[in-house]
Each structure stands twice: as C-alpha cells, then as structure tokens.
Design a protein around this ligand. Structure first.
Ligand SMILES: [Ca+2]
Length: 295
C-alpha cells in the first residue's frame, strides 16, 4: 500500500518522501496522492516557512529546523522553531526561552511573522514595523490589515486588537483569533482579515467588522491554521477525522476545491504554508511527523 516515490541521495538524511495510500487520500484536483515528506519526530511539521524556493520545517521539541530536502538548517535548544518566518534570513522564535534566533531576548518567540516587516509577539504585546502594541493577553497570531496592526487572541473576552481597539468575540470560548491571515480571498478587490475560530470550527472573513463577517465552517479545529493569497484560502483542521488524522481544505474564491485528509495521528493542518504556487501542510502528530505538499 505504501509506495516509495523518492529518497534523498544520502542515506543519512532523516527526511524522506513517500506517497499516501491512494485509496485513502488523493488531491481532488488531480486524483494524485500528495507528496509526503517524513521527519524524525520532535513535532516535525509544527511550523513552516519559505523563502519562495526553499521550504523550512521545524521540529521544535528537538530544537531542529530542516530544509524540505532533509538538510538540517539549524539546531538549537528545545523550543527553537516553534514559530518562524523568512525575510532576508530565517527568523525562529523559541517561546520556552523567550528568545529569537538572532539572539534577541525578552519574552519573544511565540509568534514570528513577516508582513512588510517583522511581526513579533512579546509577552502581553506585539512589535510591528510601525511600533509596539499593548495587549490584554498574549497574542496567538499577528497581521497587518490595511496598514492596521492586528493581534488575534485565542482566550478571554476579546478576539482581536485592531490598533489597540479591542473587538469582543462573538461566542464565548470560540477561540477566534487563534490564527489570522490577510488577502483578497474572494477576489473582489478588498482585502479580508481572515480570522480562525478553531474551537467553534469557523473561519471569519472580515471586510469591515467581525459582527458582519462572512464565514466558512468545518470540524476538528477548523481554522487552527490559515494561509491566504488573492483568490486562495487554505484552512487547516488538525483534529478532524478519525483518530486525529486532520485535514486541510483549499478554497478558490471561497469555493472549496480540495479537501486533503491525513493519516491516523497526523494532525494534518497543524500548520499550512503558501510558497509561490505550492501549498504545504504540516502533520506533526505522528511519531515521525511529516509535511505534505498539497499542490
Ligand atoms: Ca475581498
């Protein structure tokens, strides 16, 4: 049932590629199984980043970040690569130590984003290129939306902070704010602030206010991870399906065009990444961990 498609040239590399069983999972668009890159544990697939060419995959519980070809990119203390993003170089956050990979210390590390400048969590606040913001709780994700500094907060009464103006969540405990992304996902010329509420299985598409937002819904922590671009939205639901297989749903102009399911224990969709025309999703839940290329 398992087909070995390709192996890296040197046998020392921990990362290898194999297909998923075709009967269980196939890309809706092509019928082909997604390419699967298998790690060596440590939460391999927890976070993903790309420089547009190389794809970086973290295994934060062993402090390792790999390139997708299996090359070990960095090895640091446990927690390294919990969050990461690429600018001129790869910046990795370690929330256990409160540090960044460039040596910066001070409650950093749980959120590292690049969006016209580094967006960084720092304790009860965040740092944006245009300056810091104070928050009532630690941010779960950060974004820039029409030049406004947005923080998502997964707990408490407020889901969002937009330029330090707090937005109450619509349902208590819905987890709204756990994940954010910004793009014109329905191609109407206006950028949406996309807000994942994974406890409720809802992803809100905010053009104006959260209360009047459109939404898409799913199950299994649908909205735990998000990636978006013009006309494209990728939503991870890592607790979906039987035995934490997880799944990822791909929308084009908000029409669902593909659903990719993981294997037992994968928690596929714990992370998602767009890199050019490619789509990747992390599956850190299995013993070895994995990354799937979905497009
Ligand atoms: Ca739009």
């Amino acid at each position: 049932m398992w087909l070995l498609l390709a192996c890296n040239g040197d046998g020392d590399s921990p990362i290898h590629r194999e297909s998923l069983p075709v009967d269980d999972t196939a890309l809706v668009e092509t019928g082909e199984p997604p390419e699967r890159f298998v790690g060596e544990g440590g939460g391999y697939g927890h976070a993903l980043a790309s420089d547009g060419d190389r794809v970086f995959v973290s295994a934060p519980w062993i402090g390792s970040v790999y390139e997708l070809d299996g090359t070990l990119h960095t090895l640091g203390p446990v927690g390294s690569g919990y969050a990461m993003a690429y600018d001129d170089d790869l910046l990795m956050g370690n929330p256990l130590e409160g540090t960044l990979s460039d040596g910066t210390e001070g409650e950093y590390g749980a959120v590292v984003r690049r969006d016209g400048g580094w967006l960084l969590s720092r304790g009860l606040g965040a740092e944006f290129p245009s300056g810091p913001v104070a928050l009532p709780e630690r941010p779960a994700d950060l974004a820039l939306w029409n030049g406004q500094r947005v923080a998502g907060m997964a707990h408490g009464t407020h889901a969002l902070s937009i330029e330090e103006e707090l937005v109450e969540r619509l349902e208590p405990g819905d987890g709204a704010g756990y994940a954010l992304c910004v793009a014109d996902v329905d191609s109407d010329g206006v950028d949406e602030l996309v807000v994942g509420a994974p406890n409720a299985g809802v992803v809100y598409l905010v053009e104006d206010e959260l209360e009047t937002a459109e939404s898409v819904v799913g199950e299994g922590r649908f909205g735990h991870s998000l990636a978006c671009a013009e006309g494209l939205l990728v939503v991870g639901a890592p607790m979906s399906g039987a035995e934490l297989a997880g799944e990822v749903v791909i929308y084009e102009d908000l029409d669902p065009v593909a659903v990719v399911e993981g294997e037992v224990g994968d928690t596929l969709g714990a992370s998602v990444l767009l890199s050019g025309d490619r789509i990747f999703a992390g599956a850190p839940g299995s013993t070895e961990g994995a990354v799937l290329r979905l497009r």
